[in-house]
Design a protein around this ligand. Structure first.
Ligand code: 1GP
Length: 245
């Protein structure tokens, strides 16, 4: 079964958690240890990506280390065609729909498509939008951030992603955001679409994860927690457990 189908099957019965590892934030060795902890804690997949990566080697070495340390599917979360890795299982073939820069909407995809065609990486189509505050991803992605109270625009993007045939829709507040995507926005977006909803940015504890899931997110992504939480094992276990209830 494909990784995308497996994810879709899983979220029929429960909410799930993805762990995001940014190759630019730690050595490949540490990334491998974090993936091991994430697997032990019950996360479903490891996403690999970030806005400040500088080489494909960095991504390759991180993916290899993660694969050596855990059996979970590895899904690239790339900021550009140069940061794809043959060692990963899948890639979010994602369009940053509210960017002003065509590179992030389609041009990087044109460059990366050949690489994917000639690899065994499974492309998973995803519409990606960034909501205020947006953080580094919002700045580097040259994004017209969705305002926190502009639910209509968020729904418009989500429906557009679905109508364009994308398989997943990701509402992002930005890594390290002080505020997550507003629950009301998540709720209204979820009500209007039939494709799975991924939410990330600023989720650091199980209470927040629970509220985001209750609002309607099918998949919760946490990144900063993996890098900074001194009680990572417990925090991730609590998040995963709260999503299963
Ligand atoms: C970034 O949404 C993810 O794409 C993760 O955000 O680092 O705040 O968990 P955090």
């Amino acid at each position: 079964m494909s990784i995308a189908n497996d994810i879709i099957k899983k979220i029929r019965n429960k909410k799930i958690h993805f762990s995001l590892i940014d190759p630019d934030k730690q050595s490949p060795k540490v990334a491998g240890s974090l993936a091991k902890i994430a697997e032990y804690s019950g996360t479903t997949a490891i996403m690999i990506g970030g806005s400040t990566i500088t080489s494909q080697k960095q991504v390759d070495e991180t993916v290899i280390s993660i694969k050596n340390n855990c059996k979970l599917p590895t899904i690239l979360f790339p900021s550009g065609a140069r940061y794809l890795s043959n060692y990963a299982d899948a890639v979010f073939f994602m369009s940053l729909l509210n960017s002003r820069n065509l590179n992030y909407i389609i041009r990087e995809h044109v460059k990366g498509a050949h690489f994917i065609k000639n690899s065994n990486i499974e492309p998973i189509s995803m519409g990606y939008v960034i909501v205020e505050p947006g953080m580094t991803a919002g700045r580097i992605g040259e994004v017209d951030l969705i305002k926190r109270n502009d639910i209509g625009t968020a729904i418009g993007y989500a429906l557009s992603a679905q109508y364009l045939g994308m398989d997943f829709f990701y509402l992002e507040a930005g890594s390290g955001a002080e505020e997550t995507v507003p629950e009301k926005m998540i709720k209204e977006v979820k009500k209007n679409i039939d494709i799975p909803l991924i939410v990330g940015g600023g989720i650091r504890d199980f209470n927040t994860a629970k509220n985001i899931a209750l609002a309607g997110a099918d998949i919760i992504v946490t990144g900063t927690t993996l890098e900074e939480d001194v009680n990572l094992k417990k925090t991730l276990k609590d998040i995963v457990k709260t999503l299963e209830l």
